[in-house]
Design a protein around this ligand. Structure first.
Ligand code: SF4
Length: 455
């Protein structure tokens, strides 16, 4: 039987779509194995990202290596959407599937299973013409709605579920290539979202993360706040986690919906800068004042929520003085974590043509300054959780010491829990109530941030 691996770069959305593709292969009887570059599978799907040039370099390196090892390489995702030709030029034998045709990969396993007998394992890349045809022919039906076919049966990489509710973006951010790769915003109908969430709940999932490119642009007869309330009303115990949200989307109505205790008190704000000059140049639709207000609003409806954010360091035109304002905003808000990204010039974006460039040394200095604040924020947040109750969803962690399990709290911390003496050891996917006892925080990210005891 041909073996298959899925190599994923980029965001939670890409991971979710890879899970669905892996599910389709498993359902068709193909063993899906983790990617091992030294002993690769017969067929490898590379699900690419175009957010940074680094992500594209990584994709090219692995594609080149796998093709040289005679592996059947199928490349899709946002980078394939933006530069199919550049990728195809790496090796004439690889298949490139533009991102908006990625859903064809959900049909490939069944077709492959039907012709599998005729494929010589040693030359899997010489797939029968029918497969080549499938990968080259247009996706049947409405490609845009095809975007919502990515519903994995199981999540092999997580014991928590992910639900894609939105794709694409109508934003105009000057540095962003995602909107070019994924197109305008589309939303999953609330009824389909609810029925899928009920499937996850019935399967025993205790958490589902609502994900998309810009979920604040959710719009299908209701907005994101409406959808959250609708999903909570239609289910009983599964908790909801929101993927990245936009500061301008944190409204009173939104906060009223997320105040529900089944919505995890963990929010990741896509902030990008903390000074109005850069925000305007970035074409971000809010000011630093709105960022501060959004954090205060979230804290007004949740008890000490984990507040993370994304910041781009070194955006062209952002001066050192501007950046000091960004640091000042991060201190004022007191983020629990800061994802600091070095600015990556992206072809096709407005900022790519900006004359002013921030020297790499200065970008590194700014990243270091942000990370210092990030570690301070995370350490003080973790220390504030000592003694608090938490509900932990147990992860399949083979690195947990004997007699212990690791899981994710509703505040998105990793907790190491001692299994109750003589009691039943919780299994992956179980939700366990515990008391968080000790902080285990070190700057070098460990398998867990805190210890806890199960009563
Ligand atoms: S909001 Fe801006 S950065 Fe985010 S996907 Fe849309 S255009 Fe890109």
């Amino acid at each position: 039987m041909l073996s298959v691996s899925i190599y994923t770069l980029g965001c939670k959305l890409n991971q979710l779509e890879s899970e669905a593709i892996a599910s389709a292969f498993r359902d068709a009887g193909f063993p899906v194995i983790p990617l091992n570059e030294d002993e690769p599978a017969d067929v490898v799907v590379v699900n690419t990202c175009t957010v940074t040039s680094k992500a594209e370099q990584k994709a090219r390196r692995i594609i080149r290596k796998l093709a040289a090892d005679n592996v059947c390489v199928i490349v899709s995702g946002c980078y394939a959407q933006m530069d199919a030709q550049a990728i195809a030029a790496i090796d004439r034998r690889i298949f490139v599937l533009a991102g908006d045709r990625k859903s064809a990969l959900l049909d490939l396993p069944a077709t492959l299973a039907a012709v599998e007998g005729s494929v010589c394992e040693h030359h899997a890349f010489s797939l029968p013409d029918s497969i080549s045809e499938l990968l080259r022919s247009p996706v049947p039906g409405n490609a845009r709605l095809e975007q919502f076919r990515y519903i994995p049966n199981t999540f092999s990489f997580h014991s928590r579920a992910f639900l894609k509710i939105q794709d694409g973006c109508n934003g105009r951010c000057a540095y962003c290539r995602v909107r070019l790769a994924r197109g305008p915003s589309v939303s999953l109908e609330p009824e389909r979202a609810l029925s899928q969430l009920r499937v996850f709940e019935a399967k025993g999932y205790r958490e589902a993360a609502l994900t998309g490119v810009n979920i604040n642009q959710y719009d299908s007869g209701m907005d994101l706040a409406g959808l959250v309330a609708y999903l909570l009303k239609g289910t009983t115990r599964i908790r909801l986690r929101l993927s990245s949200i936009e500061p301008e989307g944190v409204t009173e109505a939104f906060c009223a919906a997320i105040a529900d205790t089944r919505v995890c008190p963990h929010f990741h704000l896509s902030v990008q800068a903390g000074n109005d000059a850069a925000l305007a140049k970035m074409r971000r639709p809010y000011t630093r004042e709105v960022v501060e207000k959004s954090a205060a609003l979230l804290r007004s409806v949740k008890d000490d929520p984990f507040l993370g954010c994304d910041i781009i360091a070194g955006f062209p035109t952002e001066t050192a003085a501007d950046f000091e304002k960004t640091l000042d905003l991060c201190r004022r808000v007191g983020f629990s974590w800061i994802h600091a990204f070095p600015y990556s010039p992206r072809p096709g974006t407005e900022a790519f043509c900006f004359k002013e460039k921030t020297p790499n040394r200065e970008i590194s200095r700014r990243i270091d300054a942000l990370l210092t604040l990030a570690h301070e924020g995370r350490r003080s947040y973790i220390n504030r959780q000592i003694g608090k109750k938490a509900e932990v969803v147990i992860e399949a962690a083979d690195n947990a010491p004997a007699g212990f399990v690791v899981g994710t709290t509703e505040t998105y911390l990793k907790a190491l829990l001692q299994a109750p003496e003589g009691g039943k050891t919780p299994r992956a996917g179980d939700a366990v109530s515990c008391t968080l006892t000790d902080a285990e925080y070190t700057p070098v990210r460990r398998a867990y941030d805190m210890r806890g005891t199960i009563p």
